[in-house]
Write a protein that binds this ligand. Structure first.
Ligand code: FAD
Ligand code: PHB
Length: 395
């Protein structure tokens, strides 16, 4: 039986950032991860970091590779009706920028630095279960290489994502659950091809949304709107390129480069939140507590924001016996979570094709078009978009 101050379940962005911020101030933790190291370092997900996320990583010495390899961005392109419109979010929000950097590269950096700094992490930790977190001394049990292990701790951080074990360990009835499935899904495509754009493109098209996102000079990321539960088998590569060409088309001669598809899958969209993000000595952070539709690329950024709040709260408690941060943890995080839920939902309804089954679909499409035109024409609307997209500070 081993003991640590904070038992962290999950080595995603939330768990790893939390572990680093605690260690920097001398608070020990152990990270338990169900998957192997190589699996989590290759898992393709998000790729756009907010200004505040990058600043936090820099402040704590976690951004060296990100600075060297990430691409700084100050604008985004919206396409509709065959034309392109740039929103210069940098100019519109006090010169702030965003950075394109793949989530799996960030996770790999955080793991490497954690190990270099002497942090403890157990990969391939199976059958994790949480006990006694309503009392003084929680315990985490798990199996590793066929042997049962026990870790006692003062606090548990449930950073194990939407499908993790932490949220479900909380007694039913103690959490209020908000769950809404959006009528859209994305075919996510990773392709071995140089980008055909310098800035991220969101295209609104009668056949559905298409996104041209960025990764590196040789790999690009694309998204295509489809229906929820559409199997990936209905998206052969030829269809993917045909739809991308059609939906991203503009009337000025721009062409999309094509290349081999490396990976593709279908992702559903939901707005999901549990309140509060805490039960006894168990604190939920990141996707374990909330899922936002991927439209504004906010999930990873929200996870890091939770980790920062939780680290400060735990440090207050452990180092100064001050519980105020922990008492306020859930309410503090939820302010940002709901702001981001609203923005991600708003942006989803702005750029997707509104399904025929939506009540008053045609009326809503007209209003959607008016909203797109307003956003591209009005600096005030642009500024509101910019502060949400880049990530509102002071929340
Ligand atoms: P995660 O990154 O999910 O990390 C949780 C960790 O816990 C994982 O490593 C997992 O293996 C581990 N774990 C789970 N269960 C257990 C257990 N029982 N015991 C131990 N460990 C466990 N966001 C965007 O902004 N843009 C995107 O394009 C995008 N695409 C996505 C695609 C997919 C398929 C998914 C699932 C998410 C995507 N997201 C995207 C969301 C974004 O990646 C998440 O919001 C972000 O990863 C949240 O970080 P986290 O640390 O909270 O959780
Ligand atoms: C991504 O890079 O995967 C990405 C970027 C912007 C989004 C969503 C996803 O809005």
């Amino acid at each position: 039986m081993t003991h640590t101050c904070v038992g962290i379940v999950g080595a995603g962005p939330a768990g790893l950032v939390l572990a680093h911020l605690l260690k920097e101030q001398g608070v020990e933790s152990v990270v338990l991860e169900r998957q192997t190291r190589s699996y989590v370092e290759k898992r393709v997900r998000a790729g756009l970091l907010e200004h505040g996320t990058v600043a936090l990583l820099e402040q704590h010495g976690l951004a060296e590779r990100l600075r060297a390899r990430g691409q700084v961005h100050r604008g985004v392109e919206l396409r509709f009706a065959g034309r392109r419109h740039r929103i210069p979010y940098g100019e519109l929000y006090g010169g702030r920028h965003m950075v394109v950097y793949a989530q799996q590269d960030l996770v790999a950096d955080l793991i490497r630095l954690w190990v270099e700094r002497g942090g403890e992490i157990q990969f391939a930790a199976e059958d994790v279960s949480l006990h006694g977190f309503d009392r003084e001394r929680p315990e985490i049990r798990y199996t590793r290489a066929g042997r049962e292990q026990r870790l006692t701790c003062d606090f548990v951080a449930g950073c194990d994502g939407y499908h993790g074990v932490s949220r479900g360990s909380i007694p039913t009835g103690a959490l209020r659950v908000y769950d809404h499935r959006l009528p859209f899904a994305w075919v996510g495509v990773l392709a071995q091809v140089a980008p055909s754009t310098e800035e991220i493109i969101y295209a609104h098209h009668p056949r559905g949304f298409a996104g041209h996102m960025l990764r590196s000079q040789t790999v690009s990321r694309f998204y295509l709107q489809t229906e929820p539960d559409d199997p990936i088998e209905s998206w052969p590569d030829a269809r993917i390129w045909e739809e991308l060409q059609g939906r991203l088309a503009v009337d000025d001669g721009w062409r999309l480069r094509e290349g081999p598809v490396l990976e593709k899958n279908v992702t559903d969209m939901r707005s999901f939140v549990v309140e509060p993000m805490q039960f006894g000595r168990l604190f939920l952070a990141g996707d374990a507590a909330h899922i936002v539709p991927p439209t504004g690329a906010k999930g990873l950024n929200l996870a890091v924001a939770d980790a920062r709040v939780l680290a400060e709260a735990l440090l207050g408690r452990v180092r100064a016996s001050d519980s105020r941060g922990l008492d306020a943890y859930s309410a503090t995080c939820l302010r940002r979570v709901w702001r981001v839920q609203e923005f991600s939902s708003w942006m989803s309804w702005l750029i997707h094709r509104i399904p025929d089954a939506t009540p008053d679909a045609e009326l809503r499409r007209r209003m959607q078009r008016a909203q797109l035109e307003y956003l591209c024409a009005s600096p005030a609307a642009g500024a509101s978009f910019a502060e949400n997209y880049v990530g509102l500070e002071n929340l």
